[in-house]
Write a protein that binds this ligand. Sequence first.
Ligand code: HAM
Length: 434
Amino acid sequence: MPRYQAPRGTRDLLPADRAVFLRLEGIARSLAVRYGFSPIETPLFEQSEVFERGVGAVTDVVEKELFRVQAGRGDQERERWALRPEPTAGIVRAYVQHGMQTLPQPVRLTLTGPMFRYDRPQAGRYRQFWQFDVEAIGDAGPAIDAEIVELGLRFYREAGLDGVEVILNSIGDAACRPAYVERLRAWFMEREDRLPELERERLGTNPLRLLDSKDERMAELIAAAPTIADHLCAECATHFAAVRRHLEVLGVTPRLDPRLVRGLDYYTRTTFEFYRSGAEGQQQALGGGGRYDGLVELLGGKPTPGIGFGIGLDRVALALSAAGGSEPVAPRVPVVVAGADPEDTVTRLAIATRLRAAGITARADLAVRKLGRQLEAAAREGAHLVVICGDEMAAGQVQVKDLEAGTQRRVELADLAREIERTLAQHRHGAGEA
Ligand code: HAM
């Protein structure tokens, strides 16, 4: 076994995997443009407090999974930092910091990139994973809630993943949730002797988290516990009904689950998760999101509503490969420049450089080896055309061998790029189509 390995819970995206991710990122980018979201990038790390306040101190993500960053010895700033476990808190921090509340609202932002959670690694659960995230800040809904849910579903469809459904709930707001949480606490208190140790501790700090427990001993209790659906205030109930009405018009039928609470503290009202219906094995969310009407204020801005989602690209890639829909395809180079004189790497490199300058994807064979070996290598790579630099060079010509058609012909060097483009245009090549 090699001495150095990627850290546990992380993985290298080798070219074939990266090609799948690039395709998913491309779909994310195109959808974001179509739906009017502008790209934003925030640092991979923030002051820990952004997550502690934003995501919530009593959440798994902050309590157990935050990667805290140790500053260098010479660092005088003495700030506490952490790698981002999710993008929403950082994006809202940027919204406040850059005074985006003065822009036309809502501000629609999107980000795709790696997130970090120190979680127990298993299939589909990594310590570094990718999310496609969208946020609409400054609109209280309900129409935009439906718009965002529909956008999420469209992403899976365009990625080629069938049968993804949305599980929907409203978890109330500052007016009605506190009373419900107290009700829930009291209910579980009456059954405290049946609670596992960890859940008993959580009962004191964050009773809602009990509904999200993965402990099997909790299943029966959770099923019987009071639900928020029966405790929504009139405003929240009206909002939730309107979200569902808008979804219906868009042709989206959500599965309502009054026990969906989500693992992050900033949520209010609309919450949702995306799952593959009928997927085998342990059900893992392919994405999730919701409304966070208190978050901007919590991070120092004026009270401003917001809503968004994060889609887990690693899990989408896994689901695609399990469904046989998107087998990773290694990108191939359509054109290889070879030469009869093994030593003459200068000519091969010069011609490949000219082709690249003309916009053609090409590789020069820079190994000092016989032409036969260069041709074998090109065939193994799945190259379409091989440009062979030989004696004809004296007359300003090269041979172009078409490995797919099994033909070979002379081409004027001056026409080479145009000729190659014409041939390639009749086929489709390139990493982008993986
Ligand atoms: P989240 O539910 O914590 O929400 O994560 C969103 C998605 O990221 C999950 O549904 C899952 O697909 C993926 N994911 C989470 N953890 C892991 C992991 N350890 N390994 C692989 N994939 C993972 C959020 O992060 C919120 N910021 C979503 C949001 C945006 N809410 C409002 N705006």
